[in-house]
Each structure stands twice: as structure tokens, then as C-alpha cells.
Design a protein. Structure first.
Length: 69
């Protein structure tokens, strides 16, 4: 039982260390400098910002006023 608890703590430490290292790397390399620009990179001329053009098969595209979610 003690060995399992130690193994879990070691794994948790590795995961936490990896997360902190990834955050540190991202902060040093400017990944958090302009988050607005990054959020708009998925849009292009076929799907402009603020206009929904996708839907589930068989459903019609709803405007934000019709579907607030």
C-alpha cells in the first residue's frame, strides 16, 4: 500500500513538473504576448469573424439571436 502511494506521488510530481516547465517555456517564448491574434487565426475569408457557417448535418445555421449558446 505504501509503495502505491509513493508511486502515485512520484507520478503527480512528474506531471506537475511537466506542466510548470511547459508554462515557463511558453512564457519565455512569447506565447502569451498577443492572445487575441491567436484566437482569430482559425478564421479566413470563407468564415469571417462573428458569422457562423457550420452546423450539424440536417440542421440549419442559426444566428446568435436564435441560439444564444
Amino acid at each position: 500500500m505504501l509503495q502505491a502511494a509513493i508511486a502515485i506521488l512520484v507520478v503527480m510530481g512528474i506531471i506537475a513538473s511537466s506542466a510548470l516547465a511547459a508554462f515557463w517555456w511558453a512564457a519565455r517564448n512569447g506565447q502569451f504576448e498577443n492572445v487575441e491574434k491567436g484566437s482569430l487565426t482559425i478564421f479566413d475569408a470563407d468564415e469571417p469573424v462573428g458569422k457562423a457557417t457550420d452546423s450539424f448535418p440536417g440542421d440549419e445555421v442559426k444566428t446568435p439571436a436564435e441560439n444564444p449558446f
